[in-house]
Every structure is written in structure tokens, then in C-alpha cells.
Design a protein around this ligand. Structure first.
Ligand code: FES
Length: 62
């Protein structure tokens, strides 16, 4: 599913950036993908995916 339609960023791509590339904040996600730099409608959902993925990763590690 696309999270950011303006820049064609999917939820899979976001999870890959977080889990495989170690990205852990919105600033880095924006730098890598340009997500949120046009209409901004995607930012809230992207933050939710970031928080959920980081939380799941942390839970798995403990
Ligand atoms: S949907 Fe992401 S900037 Fe428009």
C-alpha cells in the first residue's frame, strides 16, 4: 500500500528502511524518500508505521 502518493513511498519501503537500514526518525525518512515534502497528507500515517515498527523491533529484541 502506498503511504505517500506524491512520492510513491509504500509501507513496505518504510519498513525496509527502518528494519534493514536502521532509520529511526522522520527526518531521516524524509531525507531518504522526500515523503511529506509535497502535500503532507502522508506524515501522520508514516509516523504511525515508524512507531509501530520500532516498537515491534524493540519488543522482539527483549
Ligand atoms: S502524500 Fe506524501 S507528500 Fe503528498
Amino acid at each position: 500500500m502506498f503511504v505517500c502518493l506524491c512520492h510513491s513511498v509504500s509501507d513496505k519501503k518504510l519498513r525496509r528502511l527502518i528494519l534493514e537500514d536502521g532509520i529511526s526518525d522522520m527526518r531521516e525518512i524524509r531525507r531518504c524518500t522526500a515523503l511529506g515534502s509535497q502535500c503532507g497528507k502522508c506524515v501522520r500515517q508514516a509516523k504511525e508505521i515508524l512507531n509501530d515498527t520500532v516498537a515491534a523491533q524493540y519488543k522482539q529484541a527483549s
